[in-house]
Design a protein around this ligand. Structure first.
Ligand SMILES: Cc1cc2nc3c(=O)[nH]c(=O)nc-3n(C[C@H](O)[C@H](O)[C@H](O)COP(=O)(O)OP(=O)(O)OC[C@H]3O[C@@H](n4cnc5c(N)ncnc54)[C@H](O)[C@@H]3O)c2cc1C
Length: 290
Protein backbone atom coordinates (compact mmCIF):
# COMPACT_ATOMS: atom_id res chain seq x y z
CA UNK A 1 0.00 0.00 0.00
CA UNK A 2 1.20 3.50 -0.86
CA UNK A 3 2.40 5.30 2.30
CA UNK A 4 1.20 8.73 3.42
CA UNK A 5 4.72 10.01 2.70
CA UNK A 6 4.52 8.80 -0.93
CA UNK A 7 1.04 10.34 -1.24
CA UNK A 8 2.43 13.63 0.12
CA UNK A 9 5.36 13.57 -2.29
CA UNK A 10 3.06 13.03 -5.30
CA UNK A 11 0.93 16.00 -4.21
CA UNK A 12 3.95 18.29 -3.73
CA UNK A 13 3.50 21.91 -2.74
CA UNK A 14 3.07 23.94 -5.90
CA UNK A 15 0.99 22.40 -8.74
CA UNK A 16 -2.77 22.29 -9.07
CA UNK A 17 -3.71 18.86 -7.79
CA UNK A 18 -6.72 16.59 -7.36
CA UNK A 19 -7.36 13.06 -6.06
CA UNK A 20 -9.32 10.68 -8.26
CA UNK A 21 -11.26 7.85 -6.62
CA UNK A 22 -13.55 5.61 -8.69
CA UNK A 23 -14.56 8.54 -10.93
CA UNK A 24 -18.29 7.93 -10.35
CA UNK A 25 -18.93 11.61 -9.42
CA UNK A 26 -15.88 13.04 -11.13
CA UNK A 27 -17.57 16.14 -12.58
CA UNK A 28 -19.64 16.96 -9.52
CA UNK A 29 -19.11 20.62 -8.58
CA UNK A 30 -17.76 21.65 -12.00
CA UNK A 31 -14.93 20.66 -14.36
CA UNK A 32 -11.40 20.43 -13.07
CA UNK A 33 -9.01 23.16 -14.23
CA UNK A 34 -6.80 22.06 -17.13
CA UNK A 35 -3.26 21.00 -16.26
CA UNK A 36 -4.22 19.69 -12.82
CA UNK A 37 -2.11 16.76 -11.63
CA UNK A 38 -4.24 13.79 -10.63
CA UNK A 39 -3.11 11.42 -7.90
CA UNK A 40 -4.65 8.40 -6.17
CA UNK A 41 -5.01 7.91 -2.43
CA UNK A 42 -3.52 4.88 -0.63
CA UNK A 43 -5.63 1.73 -1.06
CA UNK A 44 -6.23 -1.06 1.45
CA UNK A 45 -7.50 -1.76 4.94
CA UNK A 46 -4.93 -1.04 7.64
CA UNK A 47 -6.80 -2.54 10.58
CA UNK A 48 -10.24 -3.47 11.81
CA UNK A 49 -11.12 -3.02 15.46
CA UNK A 50 -14.63 -4.50 15.60
CA UNK A 51 -14.71 -4.41 19.40
CA UNK A 52 -14.10 -0.63 19.31
CA UNK A 53 -16.37 -0.21 16.26
CA UNK A 54 -13.70 1.51 14.18
CA UNK A 55 -11.75 0.71 11.03
CA UNK A 56 -8.64 2.36 9.58
CA UNK A 57 -8.37 2.32 5.82
CA UNK A 58 -6.65 3.99 2.86
CA UNK A 59 -9.03 6.55 1.29
CA UNK A 60 -8.49 4.95 -2.14
CA UNK A 61 -10.03 1.64 -0.99
CA UNK A 62 -13.23 0.65 -2.78
CA UNK A 63 -16.23 1.23 -0.55
CA UNK A 64 -17.79 -2.06 -1.68
CA UNK A 65 -14.64 -3.98 -0.63
CA UNK A 66 -14.71 -2.35 2.80
CA UNK A 67 -18.45 -3.04 3.24
CA UNK A 68 -17.99 -6.70 2.21
CA UNK A 69 -15.15 -7.18 4.71
CA UNK A 70 -17.08 -5.44 7.49
CA UNK A 71 -20.13 -7.53 6.70
CA UNK A 72 -18.19 -10.63 7.81
CA UNK A 73 -17.79 -8.92 11.18
CA UNK A 74 -21.53 -8.05 11.18
CA UNK A 75 -20.67 -4.37 10.84
CA UNK A 76 -20.91 -1.63 8.20
CA UNK A 77 -20.12 2.07 7.66
CA UNK A 78 -22.92 4.57 7.02
CA UNK A 79 -21.67 5.60 3.55
CA UNK A 80 -23.23 4.94 0.14
CA UNK A 81 -21.84 4.64 -3.32
CA UNK A 82 -21.65 2.68 -6.54
CA UNK A 83 -19.53 -0.43 -7.04
CA UNK A 84 -16.47 1.59 -8.15
CA UNK A 85 -16.79 4.36 -5.51
CA UNK A 86 -13.93 4.76 -3.07
CA UNK A 87 -14.07 5.54 0.62
CA UNK A 88 -12.33 8.91 0.05
CA UNK A 89 -14.65 9.81 -2.84
CA UNK A 90 -17.74 9.01 -0.80
CA UNK A 91 -16.47 11.18 2.06
CA UNK A 92 -15.44 14.00 -0.31
CA UNK A 93 -18.93 14.12 -1.86
CA UNK A 94 -20.60 13.41 1.50
CA UNK A 95 -22.71 10.54 0.27
CA UNK A 96 -25.10 9.41 2.97
CA UNK A 97 -27.09 6.23 2.59
CA UNK A 98 -30.79 6.22 1.71
CA UNK A 99 -31.02 4.66 5.21
CA UNK A 100 -29.75 7.92 6.75
CA UNK A 101 -32.86 8.41 8.93
CA UNK A 102 -31.91 5.23 10.80
CA UNK A 103 -28.14 4.85 10.49
CA UNK A 104 -26.94 8.47 10.43
CA UNK A 105 -25.24 10.78 7.95
CA UNK A 106 -21.87 10.57 6.17
CA UNK A 107 -20.50 13.50 8.20
CA UNK A 108 -20.70 11.39 11.38
CA UNK A 109 -18.68 8.50 9.95
CA UNK A 110 -15.26 10.14 9.73
CA UNK A 111 -13.37 10.08 13.04
CA UNK A 112 -9.84 10.79 11.84
CA UNK A 113 -8.42 11.90 8.50
CA UNK A 114 -4.72 11.87 7.65
CA UNK A 115 -4.48 14.52 4.97
CA UNK A 116 -2.14 16.58 2.86
CA UNK A 117 -2.91 20.29 2.93
CA UNK A 118 -2.38 22.99 0.29
CA UNK A 119 1.09 23.74 1.74
CA UNK A 120 2.11 20.18 0.83
CA UNK A 121 2.40 19.19 4.49
CA UNK A 122 0.74 16.25 6.16
CA UNK A 123 -1.76 16.90 8.97
CA UNK A 124 -4.17 14.84 11.02
CA UNK A 125 -7.76 15.95 11.63
CA UNK A 126 -9.87 14.40 14.40
CA UNK A 127 -8.84 11.39 16.46
CA UNK A 128 -9.22 7.62 16.40
CA UNK A 129 -11.89 7.42 19.08
CA UNK A 130 -15.63 7.96 18.99
CA UNK A 131 -15.45 10.23 22.05
CA UNK A 132 -13.13 12.94 20.84
CA UNK A 133 -14.00 16.39 22.10
CA UNK A 134 -10.93 18.58 21.80
CA UNK A 135 -10.25 21.19 19.13
CA UNK A 136 -12.16 22.13 15.99
CA UNK A 137 -14.13 19.39 14.27
CA UNK A 138 -12.23 19.54 10.97
CA UNK A 139 -13.45 16.07 9.95
CA UNK A 140 -17.03 17.32 9.57
CA UNK A 141 -15.74 20.18 7.41
CA UNK A 142 -13.85 17.76 5.14
CA UNK A 143 -16.90 15.59 4.46
CA UNK A 144 -18.69 17.14 1.42
CA UNK A 145 -15.82 19.56 0.73
CA UNK A 146 -15.10 17.78 -2.60
CA UNK A 147 -11.38 17.71 -1.87
CA UNK A 148 -11.14 21.52 -1.99
CA UNK A 149 -9.78 21.93 1.57
CA UNK A 150 -7.37 18.99 1.88
CA UNK A 151 -6.59 15.72 0.14
CA UNK A 152 -7.48 12.70 2.24
CA UNK A 153 -4.98 9.82 2.39
CA UNK A 154 -5.96 7.54 5.27
CA UNK A 155 -9.08 7.58 7.42
CA UNK A 156 -10.42 6.08 10.63
CA UNK A 157 -14.14 5.44 10.34
CA UNK A 158 -16.87 4.70 12.83
CA UNK A 159 -18.57 1.36 12.14
CA UNK A 160 -22.03 0.27 13.25
CA UNK A 161 -23.80 -3.05 13.66
CA UNK A 162 -25.12 -4.41 10.38
CA UNK A 163 -28.82 -5.26 10.61
CA UNK A 164 -29.70 -8.97 10.41
CA UNK A 165 -32.19 -8.45 7.60
CA UNK A 166 -33.90 -5.77 5.57
CA UNK A 167 -37.17 -5.85 3.58
CA UNK A 168 -38.58 -3.45 0.95
CA UNK A 169 -42.36 -3.02 0.74
CA UNK A 170 -44.43 -0.87 -1.59
CA UNK A 171 -47.91 0.55 -1.44
CA UNK A 172 -49.90 3.74 -1.26
CA UNK A 173 -49.83 4.61 2.44
CA UNK A 174 -48.89 8.09 3.63
CA UNK A 175 -46.05 8.64 6.06
CA UNK A 176 -48.32 8.85 9.15
CA UNK A 177 -49.86 5.45 8.41
CA UNK A 178 -46.42 3.92 7.90
CA UNK A 179 -45.12 5.41 11.15
CA UNK A 180 -48.03 3.72 12.99
CA UNK A 181 -46.85 0.32 11.74
CA UNK A 182 -43.11 0.44 12.29
CA UNK A 183 -40.48 1.88 14.60
CA UNK A 184 -37.77 3.91 12.83
CA UNK A 185 -38.11 2.66 9.23
CA UNK A 186 -34.73 2.92 7.48
CA UNK A 187 -36.24 4.54 4.36
CA UNK A 188 -39.62 5.87 3.35
CA UNK A 189 -39.36 6.96 -0.29
CA UNK A 190 -42.07 8.38 -2.57
CA UNK A 191 -41.88 8.38 -6.36
CA UNK A 192 -44.87 10.63 -7.03
CA UNK A 193 -47.48 7.85 -6.84
CA UNK A 194 -46.22 4.97 -4.69
CA UNK A 195 -44.51 4.76 -1.31
CA UNK A 196 -41.54 2.44 -0.75
CA UNK A 197 -40.59 1.44 2.78
CA UNK A 198 -37.39 -0.26 3.90
CA UNK A 199 -37.48 -1.89 7.32
CA UNK A 200 -34.42 -3.50 8.86
CA UNK A 201 -33.04 -4.86 12.12
CA UNK A 202 -33.35 -8.13 14.02
CA UNK A 203 -35.29 -10.73 12.06
CA UNK A 204 -38.06 -11.13 14.64
CA UNK A 205 -38.72 -7.35 14.81
CA UNK A 206 -38.69 -6.93 11.02
CA UNK A 207 -41.08 -9.85 10.66
CA UNK A 208 -43.58 -8.23 13.08
CA UNK A 209 -43.47 -4.91 11.24
CA UNK A 210 -43.78 -6.63 7.87
CA UNK A 211 -47.01 -8.28 9.06
CA UNK A 212 -48.42 -4.91 10.25
CA UNK A 213 -47.56 -3.24 6.94
CA UNK A 214 -49.04 -6.08 4.87
CA UNK A 215 -52.26 -5.90 6.87
CA UNK A 216 -52.71 -2.28 5.79
CA UNK A 217 -52.06 -2.97 2.12
CA UNK A 218 -48.28 -2.81 1.55
CA UNK A 219 -46.71 -5.66 -0.43
CA UNK A 220 -43.23 -7.12 -0.09
CA UNK A 221 -40.95 -6.45 -3.07
CA UNK A 222 -39.03 -9.40 -4.47
CA UNK A 223 -35.87 -7.34 -5.00
CA UNK A 224 -34.24 -4.23 -3.60
CA UNK A 225 -35.36 -0.84 -4.91
CA UNK A 226 -32.75 0.74 -7.16
CA UNK A 227 -31.95 4.16 -5.80
CA UNK A 228 -30.05 6.83 -7.75
CA UNK A 229 -27.65 9.24 -5.98
CA UNK A 230 -28.76 11.88 -3.54
CA UNK A 231 -28.97 15.32 -5.17
CA UNK A 232 -27.71 17.99 -2.82
CA UNK A 233 -29.99 20.86 -1.97
CA UNK A 234 -32.86 19.64 -4.14
CA UNK A 235 -36.38 20.03 -2.91
CA UNK A 236 -39.50 18.32 -4.12
CA UNK A 237 -40.09 18.98 -7.83
CA UNK A 238 -40.79 16.73 -10.77
CA UNK A 239 -39.32 13.48 -9.47
CA UNK A 240 -38.75 12.16 -12.98
CA UNK A 241 -37.80 8.60 -12.04
CA UNK A 242 -36.36 9.70 -8.71
CA UNK A 243 -37.56 9.52 -5.11
CA UNK A 244 -38.36 11.94 -2.32
CA UNK A 245 -37.33 10.72 1.14
CA UNK A 246 -40.37 11.44 3.31
CA UNK A 247 -38.31 11.34 6.52
CA UNK A 248 -35.43 13.64 5.61
CA UNK A 249 -36.74 15.65 2.61
CA UNK A 250 -33.78 14.45 0.49
CA UNK A 251 -34.26 13.81 -3.23
CA UNK A 252 -32.56 10.90 -5.02
CA UNK A 253 -32.42 11.19 -8.80
CA UNK A 254 -30.18 10.84 -11.84
CA UNK A 255 -31.18 14.33 -12.84
CA UNK A 256 -28.36 16.35 -11.24
CA UNK A 257 -29.22 20.03 -10.95
CA UNK A 258 -26.06 21.99 -10.36
CA UNK A 259 -27.78 25.38 -10.15
CA UNK A 260 -28.36 25.30 -6.44
CA UNK A 261 -28.70 28.74 -4.89
CA UNK A 262 -26.36 29.41 -2.01
CA UNK A 263 -27.03 32.39 0.25
CA UNK A 264 -24.48 35.21 0.29
CA UNK A 265 -23.66 34.53 3.94
CA UNK A 266 -22.91 30.84 3.33
CA UNK A 267 -20.85 31.73 0.26
CA UNK A 268 -18.82 34.30 2.23
CA UNK A 269 -18.15 31.85 5.06
CA UNK A 270 -17.26 29.14 2.59
CA UNK A 271 -14.82 31.47 0.75
CA UNK A 272 -13.14 32.39 4.05
CA UNK A 273 -12.67 28.74 4.95
CA UNK A 274 -11.24 27.97 1.50
CA UNK A 275 -8.92 31.00 1.75
CA UNK A 276 -7.59 29.75 5.09
CA UNK A 277 -7.08 26.15 3.99
CA UNK A 278 -5.94 26.76 0.42
CA UNK A 279 -4.95 30.42 -0.23
CA UNK A 280 -3.59 29.72 -3.74
CA UNK A 281 -6.58 27.57 -4.81
CA UNK A 282 -4.43 24.59 -5.83
CA UNK A 283 -6.60 21.82 -4.36
CA UNK A 284 -9.21 20.48 -6.79
CA UNK A 285 -9.32 23.80 -8.72
CA UNK A 286 -12.61 24.39 -10.54
CA UNK A 287 -14.77 22.38 -8.15
CA UNK A 288 -17.47 24.16 -6.14
CA UNK A 289 -18.57 22.08 -3.16
CA UNK A 290 -22.07 23.65 -3.09
C1 LIG B 1 -27.62 5.34 -2.43
C2 LIG B 1 -26.58 6.31 -2.92
C3 LIG B 1 -26.47 7.54 -2.29
C4 LIG B 1 -25.56 8.47 -2.77
N1 LIG B 1 -25.50 9.67 -2.16
C5 LIG B 1 -24.76 10.63 -2.70
C6 LIG B 1 -24.71 11.93 -2.10
O1 LIG B 1 -25.25 12.14 -1.02
N2 LIG B 1 -24.05 12.92 -2.76
C7 LIG B 1 -23.39 12.66 -3.93
O2 LIG B 1 -22.88 13.62 -4.53
N3 LIG B 1 -23.29 11.41 -4.43
C8 LIG B 1 -23.97 10.41 -3.84
N4 LIG B 1 -23.90 9.15 -4.37
C9 LIG B 1 -22.92 8.86 -5.41
C10 LIG B 1 -21.65 8.25 -4.79
O3 LIG B 1 -21.50 8.56 -3.47
C11 LIG B 1 -20.44 8.76 -5.45
O4 LIG B 1 -20.56 8.29 -6.75
C12 LIG B 1 -19.13 8.23 -4.87
O5 LIG B 1 -19.15 8.24 -3.48
C13 LIG B 1 -17.94 8.99 -5.32
O6 LIG B 1 -16.80 8.18 -5.09
P1 LIG B 1 -15.66 8.08 -6.18
O7 LIG B 1 -14.55 7.31 -5.56
O8 LIG B 1 -16.17 7.58 -7.46
O9 LIG B 1 -15.25 9.62 -6.30
P2 LIG B 1 -14.70 10.38 -7.59
O10 LIG B 1 -15.80 10.50 -8.60
O11 LIG B 1 -13.42 9.80 -8.05
O12 LIG B 1 -14.44 11.81 -6.97
C14 LIG B 1 -15.49 12.66 -6.56
C15 LIG B 1 -14.86 13.94 -5.98
O13 LIG B 1 -14.23 13.62 -4.74
C16 LIG B 1 -12.86 14.02 -4.77
N5 LIG B 1 -12.06 13.00 -4.06
C17 LIG B 1 -12.02 11.67 -4.30
N6 LIG B 1 -11.20 11.07 -3.45
C18 LIG B 1 -10.70 12.03 -2.64
C19 LIG B 1 -9.76 12.04 -1.57
N7 LIG B 1 -9.17 10.92 -1.15
N8 LIG B 1 -9.46 13.22 -0.98
C20 LIG B 1 -10.05 14.37 -1.40
N9 LIG B 1 -10.93 14.43 -2.41
C21 LIG B 1 -11.25 13.28 -3.03
C22 LIG B 1 -12.50 14.06 -6.25
O14 LIG B 1 -11.40 14.89 -6.51
C23 LIG B 1 -13.80 14.56 -6.87
O15 LIG B 1 -13.90 15.95 -6.79
C24 LIG B 1 -24.74 8.15 -3.88
C25 LIG B 1 -24.81 6.90 -4.48
C26 LIG B 1 -25.73 5.98 -4.01
C27 LIG B 1 -25.78 4.63 -4.65
Amino acid sequence: MKSMEEFREEIGDTSFVSVRGGGTRWNLGGPLREGTIIVEAPKGVINYKPEEMIVRVGAGTKLSTLQDDLSELKQEVALAGFSESTVGGSLAVGSSSHRRARIGAACDVLLQADCVGADGKQFVAGGPTVKNVTGYDICRLLVSSLGTLALIGVVTLRTRPKPEIGVWLKGELDFGEIANCCYRPASVLYDGSKTFVFIEGYEADVEKERVFLEKVGMTVMDRALEIPPLQKGETKKDLNGGFLDLQTGDVYSNDANSNIEVSEEVQRLSNRIKQNFDPTGRLNPGRKPH
